[in-house]
Design a protein around this ligand. Structure first.
Ligand code: NAD
Length: 512
């Protein structure tokens, strides 16, 4: 029997056209309105940025640093206003909202201090004596338009962490915030312009269609979001061979060794797992504890979790999840784990009532057959597994498709460091969690499906927004043209024999 096609192939209109209403995830009240960008307009936005970028580049690092400094001051002065909007748009607790602006001011301050040196042309020595007649300089030239596609979990930090670095490098920025949190970005842009900065920062508001137009019209794409979307971004960018930097999902492990300060480790695990209601790429998503200290650790974790007060805004530590889909993933991970034999020592069930809340949930009797230990939850779960040895902890920590960051707790810091370098991920914090994000001098970036390239930090975090241009100039005009067709084959062979002899001095020595 032929199956009738029930519905014709219709292209549904995008819900992100005209004006949209953003609701507070904690209360359902209206947080604000946004005007969605028509994807067809993105090329005009990019063209405007491309024009303005020329003057921005010409200001040089010193001139741009002044503008960034004024913006940092604006951010500091408007912190309360930004955090109020952040809470309304995301349902965060006040404690969580309080982290974003200070982090960005700290990062901006670091770039202001270091950008001139990081972007200065670099002289490179000649590799062989006969090349000493050449002066070799590497110039860092900004990519004209950087497209930044951001997630919703930290609307200030995840937008500006990258935008400030790209702007410092001399690029113009086309920022596409998450369609779930477009409002904070509008305020951040207003601040950029109010602080007297030129129009080298613009917003494209919308979802996938607008993202794709941003990718198509940028010279470099900085994407932060899930690993699945990261693949799509890279595929789209490949059409024009546009380079990408990807900051993706994580399933960060924590290892608690026998000699750890258990109270400290438990407190860190709870904060690392529950901060921002678990919606942090570098949150603690699973813990491996040596069996001799397991009971003590679990008891301390439960005590700390029970003290958390749930609700958005002030007076609470633990806020709402962004939307129903995020609650659904958390519910599935917990439900499946419980069905497979896990035990919830706290939470474990969605409370009745309104708002996208899910309680902080500590799970024990878990293993790697469960999604809560292998898939990114991005919600308030803290699964804890007992292990018999350090080697088992390392093996399980590395048994993941992700590799963003990790934590190791031990009073023997040297031993913890030895464990750290056996973990396959971009950063390891010892006796702490998430603190590598504050270390602005070091590169931050994930391994495996957690990312590609360096997100921010150090000179690498600025130079990624630049192309490298090598200028080779003569130190003297003596010998100019010595390698052209005016040489006879005999002279050429003689010259090559000398060059080869010189180049082989090192290898001959090393080969002995
Ligand atoms: P997401 O991948 O759903 O969306 C991220 C952005 O991509 C949004 O702006 C969205 O509009 C856009 N987008 C959606 N589909 C697209 C497509 N086909 N092509 C191009 N762009 C598209 O992620 P999310 O739910 O907003 O954020 C949560 C994820 O982000 C988690 O996996 C988390 O771990 C990750 N994250 C990583 C870091 C990090 O530094 N590694 C930081 C924060 C968040």
């Amino acid at each position: 029997m032929e199956i009738m096609k029930a519905t014709p192939d219709v292209q549904l209109p995008s819900p992100f056209t005209g004006t949209g209403t953003i609701k507070n995830p904690a209360t359902g009240s209206i947080a604000g309105e946004v005007r969605w960008t028509d994807p067809a307009d993105v090329s005009h936005l990019a063209a405007g940025l491309r024009t303005a970028q020329k003057e921005w580049e010409a200001r040089g690092p010193k001139g741009r640093a002044k503008v960034l400094a004024r913006y940092a001051v604006w951010l500091g002065e408007h912190r309360a206003e930004i955090e109020k909007l952040l809470i309304a748009e995301t349902g965060k607790s006040a404690v969580d909202a309080a982290q974003e602006v200070p982090l960005i001011i700290m990062i901006t301050s670091y770039y202001i201090k270091t950008m001139e040196k990081a972007l200065a042309p670099e002289s490179r020595p000649a590799s062989l004596p006969f090349l000493a007649i050449k002066k070799i300089t590497v110039h860092y030239r900004p990519r004209p338009v950087t497209g930044i596609i951001a997630p919703w979990n930290y609307p200030v930090a995840n937008a500006l962490m990258d935008a400030i670095a790209a702007l410092a490098a001399g690029s113009a920025v086309l920022l596409k915030p998450s369609e779930r949190t477009p409002l904070t970005a509008e305020l951040l842009l207003r601040g950029w312009l109010d602080s007297g900065a030129p129009e080298v920062l613009a917003l494209a508001q919308g979802a996938r269609e607008v993202s794709e137009a941003v990718i198509d019209n940028s010279d470099f794409v900085q994407f932060t979001g899930s690993s699945a979307t990261g693949v799509k971004v890279m595929e789209r960018a490949a059409r024009r061979l546009t380079p990408v930097s990807l900051e993706l999902g994580g399933k960060d492990p924590m290892i608690v060794l026998e000699d750890a300060d258990i109270e400290l480790a438990a407190h860190a695990a709870v904060w690392g797992a529950m901060f921002n209601a678990g919606q942090t790429c570098v949150s603690v998503e699973r813990v491996y504890v040596l069996e001799s200290v397991y009971d003590q650790f679990v008891a301390a974790v439960v005590r700390a979790v029970e003290k958390l007060r749930t609700g958005a805004g002030e007076g609470h530590e633990f806020g709402a999840l962004i939307d129903e889909s995020q609650v659904a993933v958390t519910e599935r991970h917990v439900r499946d784990a419980l069905a497979a034999g896990a035990t919830a020592l706290t939470g474990g069930e969605r409370p009745a009532g309104s708002g996208n809340f899910y309680p902080p949930t500590v799970l024990v009797d878990v293993d790697h057959s469960m999604a809560c230990m292998t898939e990114e939850t991005f919600g308030p779960t803290l699964p804890i597994m007992k292990v018999a040895s350090v080697d088992e902890a390392i093996r399980l920590a590395n048994d993941s498709e992700y590799g963003l960051s990790a934590a190791v707790f031990s009073r023997d810091v040297e031993h913890a460091k030895a464990v750290a370098v056996q973990l396959d991920c971009g950063a390891v914090n010892i006796n702490d969690v998430i603190s590598n994000l504050m270390c602005t001098t070091a590169p931050m970036g994930g391994w495996k499906t957690s990312g590609m390239g360096v997100r921010f930090g150090g000179a690498e975090g600025l130079r990624k927004y630049c192309k490298q241009e090598v200028v080779v100039a003569p130190r003297t005009n003596l010998g100019a043209g010595g390698n052209y067709y005016n040489n006879s084959l005999k002279t050429l062979n003689r010259m090559n024999a000398i060059m080869t002899k010189l180049a082989l001095i090192g290898p001959r020595r090393s080969a002995k």
